[in-house]
Write a protein of this length. Sequence first.
Length: 201
Amino acid sequence: MFVAGPGATPADPAFTHAPGPAPAATPAPGPAGIYLSPEQFGQHTISYPFDCQTDKFRLNNFLGGANIQLIRNGEKHSFAKDTIFGYRDCNGIDYRFYQKTAYRILDTAGFLLYSNARLEQGSKIARPATLYFFSTSSASSVQPLTIANLQKAFYTNPVFCYKLDSEFRSDAALLTQLSSGKTYKLKYIYQQSTLCPPQEP
């Protein structure tokens, strides 16, 4: 049994965008379980696999809970969110913990893209919203997905930085999909930029 609980609020703000159905992340192979480290995630190696029908996994997101709990084969295990990488859920979707918040991993080609669902307070009521983030590696900090943040993070790739300005008119446009619907335009442009040698002035 997978028990998610209410979502926690991310530590940093990011733009809210509803770009339509995102390219579906390919479910990770193997059972649900816990990634103890970024290296385990990179190798798709799970520690503490659990049975979604008989075991219990609790995120304890309410009020920013610092620990997750796993009851497996009748034994209770507790892990601090800031000491493990993340987990794979019962649908084969991977998540990373960063500052006690679980970020869904959308794409790992070149760098990592994440989403995080939360409630945004409106003028009268709170409404569900999805925020988007990135990190340059599975071990680096999670940052709001904006053109400015990407240019700072990838300043050593001038081709990519130029394309960010020329191809995207706003931060929200960063989630544009290719016509095939299989990947993001952002990831395609990054991949192409790594194939282009820098030009001499």
